[in-house]
Design a protein around this ligand. Structure first.
Ligand code: NAD
Ligand code: MN
Length: 365
């Protein structure tokens, strides 16, 4: 029997509520399915660790992750610690340290979810956003001088490298090719950003020649927000830089009904290191500690984790259980207008995993 080693890092805020829920779902799955098991190791990194130790995670923390098969992550962000410290000290340290350069964010309107676009059916909105996850606007290059003086200056330098753009374009074209519509939209801003984004466009064109069966087009990032709302069905796979995709994917999540549902995977496509799976939402200070967080974003992230491990049938079973639960309004959490708690939604998904059979093949990402 195969045993997968999974690191769980709840982090801060509602991460501490949804990651244990995700682990419960994986345990329920393993109990039922005797062909694989999980060995969990939990890491207490985050803002509480920072208050005790002055760092979000230990210096040699990455060494403890390297031999894992996957990482399930919650959120980094605390009301009393500046966001750039929590984010760079934990999540970005892991993403960059393990070179998880492709961030994959599927969006669909799940059954029973009331999405805000009234003219949009679930068939119209089935996207996957590929976010460049290792450089660009979040490369971390820059500086700040003369702090507090009138001559104070600060820079955040966006860096794109040929190697970085080639690998994310190749990943995105390949993903588009694997989906039924074989359709890719490359998001750009090469009208205003006339150096790196022009190279981005040129490399997209070069890589497209390796994928003659993929239809592709280019869209300016600002125009793409309007297109997502007015013509959602014209989009399928989308690739964008770190910052652009960060923003577009929150919009996508809201258009599909709630930030609490949306999942993401930080992937090392070469599989040199473990990949990391997480809901796209943050610590949700307004509801943390109350047991009200929607765990569905974490469960869908668990689906992506299982797909990455090659457990495709198990992934389908979890997705089917999620869809059954979203289809029942009495199991909607507050963000969806309901009254259900994290524990109730989790128990319902676990109970369904005991029952459901694998559905006919259906794309989940
Ligand atoms: P947020 O995602 O934490 O919350 C935005 C709104 O959505 C809140 O009203 C919240 O209650 C609601 N919400 C989010 N997830 C929910 C869920 N699962 N169930 C129900 N409601 C949910 O975003 P924010 O308020 O901008 O950020 C709060 C903190 O989280 C900040 O410190 C930020 O830096 C951090 N953050 C971390 C990550 C990450 O680690 N990946 C991502 C985003 C934000
Ligand atoms: Mn974000």
């Amino acid at each position: 029997m195969k045993t997968y080693r999974i690191a769980t890092i709840p982090g801060d805020g509602i991460g501490k509520e949804v990651v244990p829920a995700g682990r419960q779902v994986l345990e329920a799955l393993a109990n039922k399915n005797k062909t694989f098991a999980f060995e969990f190791e939990d890491f207490d990194w985050g803002a509480d660790y920072y208050r005790k130790n002055g760092v979000m995670m230990p210096e040699d923390g990455l060494d403890a992750l390297r031999d894992k098969d996957a990482i399930l992550f919650g959120s980094a962000g605390d009301p009393d610690v500046p966001d750039h410290i929590t984010l760079w000290g934990l999540r970005l340290k892991i993403c960059q340290g393990l070179d998880q350069y492709a961030n994959v964010r599927p969006t669909r309107i799940l059954p029973g979810i009331d999405a805000p676009l009234k003219r949009c059916t679930p068939e119209d909105l089935n996207w996957v956003i590929v976010r460049e996850n290792s450089e660009g606007e979040y490369s971390g290059v820059g500086g700040r001088v003369h702090q507090g003086h009138p001559i104070e200056a600060a820079t955040d330098v966006s860096i794109l490298t040929r190697a970085g753009v080639e690998r994310i374009m190749r990943f995105a074209f390949k993903l588009a090719q694997s989906r039924p519509r074989k359709l890719l939209t490359v998001i750009t801003k090469s009208n205003a950003q006339r150096h790196a984004m022009v190279m981005w466009d040129e490399i997209a064109l070069e890589i497209s020649k390796e994928f003659p069966d993929v239809k592709w087009d280019k869209e300016l990032v600002d125009a793409s927000t309007a297109r997502m709302i007015n013509r959602p069905a014209t989009l399928d796979t989308i690739v964008a830089t770190n910052l652009h995709a960060d923003i577009l994917s929150d919009l996508a999540a809201a258009l599909a009904g709630s930030l609490g549902i949306a999942p993401t995977a930080n992937i090392d496509p070469e599989r040199r290191y473990p990949s990391m799976f997480e809901p796209i939402h943050g610590s949700a200070f307004d509801i943390m500690g109350k047991g009200l967080a929607n765990p569905v974003g974490t469960f869908w992230s668990v689906v992506m984790l299982l797909e990455h491990l090659g457990e495709v049938e198990a992934a389908k079973r979890v997705m089917q259980a999620i869809e059954a639960v979203t289809g029942d309004p009495s199991l909607h959490t507050g963000d969806l207008g309901g009254k259900a708690t994290t524990a109730q939604v989790t128990a319902a998904v676990c109970a369904l995993l005991d029952k459901v059979e694998a559905p006919a093949a259906k794309a989940t990402t």
